[in-house]
Design a protein around this ligand. Structure first.
Ligand code: NDP
Ligand code: HSE
Length: 436
């Protein structure tokens, strides 16, 4: 039966995501009311620049006083799509204190200080939903938290940042330059307010922390995630990957240790074979593999960024939270009972692609191979290409070594030792190889 009293929604932020949330709330009002069992009323919209024209939004609803809006006391659900740590954190906790549930897309805040938010939600008996925080439109957190609640997840691996996937895809497929591709991703609304968060891997690391926390029922913070962005990836790396039948992707990988006693979470560029399903994830799409003990391997795929896809996930949460509200219940809160420690990157075992500039003379290959052997890193393949110097004489060569699986600490030791060799002029790039 339809309730006539509307549920009041306060929208904090009306940018790329917020404007789409408001638009869908208005255009799908009747369907949303039927699905929830009560109409939704947009009760206020907090922004930074009140004079900006916002199509389809009653100017009387616009305010710059987000604090007053969340303190009104008659708000049922606060939708936080401002981003960043403050004032978002204080606004969310204040919303709980004043009786509202919260839907947020703010992965940076959840990864930095989710504990404070979950505790506040629990203390006040309210919901905190955040499906949009990871992988845009893809229903991923709810399946992990609810559908797989009876299984044991051992690994989550995927592409979780649309902007960087868009950049790498453009660089690989059309030979576009890095800056040009980043500008395009920003114009399309994929990038964060500060795109450094995307290209330096902070955004993907925040998502990895959230995913690892839910998957392994433990607390993982942004600082626990090993992070490397894509700013060091060169056109030469991409070309080298192609020669190996691979492509370069920025991956987020969360793993439970074989003994089950710890977990790791990392974000870094990696080469993956062109035959791997992740290799065909184009533009700003995301794809995530979840490996669970009983379920086996599951793949989630879809648009990972942008206003409408993200608003879809926010609206899904809004409907769920409103239904809970009407039923005077709440959804599942934080599950962090395993308290598993997060191990460092040094303990991660994977394969590596190392590109070295070396002197092109007898014995160099043997010297390099000895360093790998001394650090117990086994070589899979070596490719050498000589380069002529300006006088047309041989002088330098490029050596590309791909290893078998080895611990990250052993690889770091190898590279350090290689740098000390007189015959090694430089380490041009080091990239992990995944997905084989
Ligand atoms: P935008 O920068 O486009 O929008 C931010 C909005 O917040 C703007 O409306 C801005 O006001 C408002 N705002 C900023 N500071 C304040 C403040 N102090 N008080 C009130 N309002 C404020 O960001 P997005 O919409 O792209 O992102 C919002 C959130 O969603 C972030 O957490 C982001 O990480 C997340 N997200 C974004 C995705 C995307 O594809 N864009 C995908 C998934 C999640 P004004 O309009 O006046 O500038
Ligand atoms: N900047 C983010 C991305 C938005 O590019 O994936 C979606 O979370």
């Amino acid at each position: 039966m339809m309730r006539t009293r509307p549920l009041k929604v306060a929208l904090l932020g009306c940018g790329v995501v917020g404007s789409e949330v408001a638009r869908i709330m208005a255009t799908h009002a009747d369907d949303l009311a039927a699905r929830i069992g009560a109409p939704l009323e947009l009760a206020g919209v907090a922004v930074r620049r009140p004079s900006k024209v916002r199509e389809g939004i009653d100017p009387a609803l616009i305010t710059t006083d987000a604090t007053a809006l969340v303190k009104r006391g008659d708000i049922d659900v606060v939708v936080e799509v401002i981003g960043g740590i403050e004032p978002a954190r204080t606004l969310i906790t204040t919303a709980f204190e004043h009786g509202a549930s919260v839907v947020s897309a703010n992965k940076a805040l959840l990864a930095e200080d989710g504990a404070t938010l979950f505790a506040a939600a629990e203390r006040h008996g309210k919901d905190l939903y955040y499906e949009a925080a990871v992988a845009g439109a893809i229903p991923l957190l709810r399946p992990l938290r609810e559908s797989l609640a009876g299984d044991k997840v051992n690994r989550v691996l995927g592409i979780v940042n649309g902007t960087t996937n868009f950049i790498l895809d453009r660089m690989d497929s059309s030979g576009a330059g890095y800056s040009e591709a980043l500008d395009e991703a920003t114009a399309l609304g994929y990038a964060e307010a500060d795109p450094t968060a995307d290209v330096e891997g902070f955004d993907a690391a925040a998502k990895a922390a959230i995913l690892a926390g839910i998957a392994f029922h433990t607390r993982v913070r942004l600082d626990d995630v090993h992070r490397e962005g894509l700013t060091e990836v060169t056109a030469a790396d991409i070309a080298s990957a192609r020669r190996m039948g691979c492509t370069v992707k920025l991956l987020a990988i969360c793993e439970r240790a074989a003994d089950g006693k710890s977990v790791t979470a990392r974000v870094h560029p990696a080469m993956i074979p062109l035959s791997h399903p992740l290799a065909s994830v184009r533009e700003a799409y995301n794809a995530v593999f979840v490996e669970a003990e009983a379920a086996g391997q599951l793949m989630f795929y879809g648009p990972g960024a942008g206003g409408p896809p993200t608003a879809s996930a926010v609206l899904g949460d809004l409907v769920a939270v409103c239904r809970n509200r009407i039923g005077e219940s709440t959804g599942p809160g934080e599950s962090a009972y395993t308290r598993l420690p997060v191990s460092s990157m040094a303990e991660v075992v994977t394969r590596y692609h190392i590109s070295l500039d070396v002197a092109d003379k007898p014995g160099v290959l043997a010297q390099v191979a000895t360093v790998f052997a001394e650090h117990d890193v086994s070589i899979d393949t070596v490719r050498q290409q000589g380069r002529l110097d300006s006088a047309g004489l041989g002088g330098e060569a490029s050596l590309v070594v791909v290893t078998h699986r080895a611990p990250d600490a052993a690889l770091s030791g190898t590279v350090e030792a290689l740098r000390k060799l007189d015959t090694v002029r430089g380490v041009a790039s080091i990239m992990r190889v995944e997905g084989e």
